[in-house]
Design a protein around this ligand. Structure first.
Ligand SMILES: Nc1ncnc2c1ncn2[C@@H]1O[C@H](COP(=O)(O)OP(=O)(O)OP(=O)(O)O)[C@@H](O)[C@H]1O
Ligand SMILES: [Mg+2]
Length: 257
């Protein structure tokens, strides 16, 4: 091969590699742009429902001048939708903070016994009200683990909150944990309504709710599990679900600890 030919061959392969990388970068930017657009559509759509209700009831209060009892009931509806908007804003802020967090900076020793005790006390009124039994089993006892306690709390608050919300009265919730090499693996089990296979694929998406009407009534935004997913990722782990409609669900997650 002549030197000119060799130079041309090298130049061509460099150009090939370069165009491959440019194309990859372009596709990545396109995907990010699509993600940003979908997010804006999602957020505006989700905000529109409570805003429309608030506006409608405010207009009725102003124009129809209802009696005291009716006015009270309208104001309560306005308040519950305002609360829902507030929760959505707080959840979105939490999500965006989690996307930028570096938990390595906030590691501390967490005593799991104490942590679960506090968790239990936080949920006790709701567990008692719905007669739901609670059990936690760490085998062998895990003692202290090194992690970000604030983020671990976000994960458990959401998973346990869901386990209660989607269980019938008289149900049972179990929290298990065990060490797996460099990780700790947790499970939150319930015997609630369960989730179909199709829905299992989507529940970690922002704003996804299996039964939108029921979730709206219970004040759910559909952001809880996407917050959990980001929280678990920020602790170096992964999350998955196994569930059967009518029998219950198990949410598994690992964290580096
Ligand atoms: N333990 C569970 N059992 C049955 N269904 C569940 C369970 N956890 C989540 N789901 C389903 O997954 C959907 C998404 O859950 P997610 O926590 O993201 O939202 P949410 O509970 O509706 O609202 P919030 O944002 O207030 O948590 C829920 O609407 C529910 O249908
Ligand atoms: Mg939830």
């Amino acid at each position: 091969m002549t030197p000119e030919l060799a130079v041309t061959a090298v130049a061509l392969s460099l150009a090939g590699i370069l165009s491959f990388w440019i194309l990859r970068l372009y596709r990545k930017l396109q995907a990010m742009e699509q993600y940003r657009r979908d997010l804006i559509v999602n957020i505006t759509h989700e905000f529109l429902t409570p805003l429309t209700v608030i506006k409608g009831y405010a207009e009725t209060l102003l124009l129809d001048k209802p009696d005291r009892r009716q006015a009270q009931s309208h104001i309560e509806i306005v308040q519950s939708h305002a609360d829902r908007l507030m929760k959505m804003v707080e959840d979105l802020l939490r999500l965006s903070r989690l996307e930028n967090v570096n938990p390595r900076e906030r590691l501390s020793l967490v005593d799991l016994r104490e942590f679960c005790g506090e968790l239990y006390h936080r949920f006790k009124p709701r567990l008692d009200a719905r007669k739901i039994a609670w059990n936690f089993a760490f085998k062998p006892p895990l003692g202290n683990i090194e992690t970000d306690p604030g983020i671990l709390e976000i994960i458990f608050n959401n998973l346990v909150g869901n386990a209660i919300k989607y269980s019938e009265p008289g149900g049972r919730i179990e929290i298990c944990g065990e060490r797996e090499g460099l990780n700790v693996r947790f499970e939150v089990r319930d015997r609630g309504i369960g989730i179909s296979r199709e829905d299992q694929k989507r529940i970690f998406e922002r704003f996804y709710r299996v039964n939108k009407d029921r979730a709206r009534e219970s004040g759910g935004t559909g952001l809880g599990l996407s917050i959990v997913k980001h929280a678990v990722k920020s602790l170096g782990g992964e999350i998955a679900v196994e569930s059967e409609p009518g029998r219950g669900s198990v949410f598994y997650f690992t964290i580096r600890a």
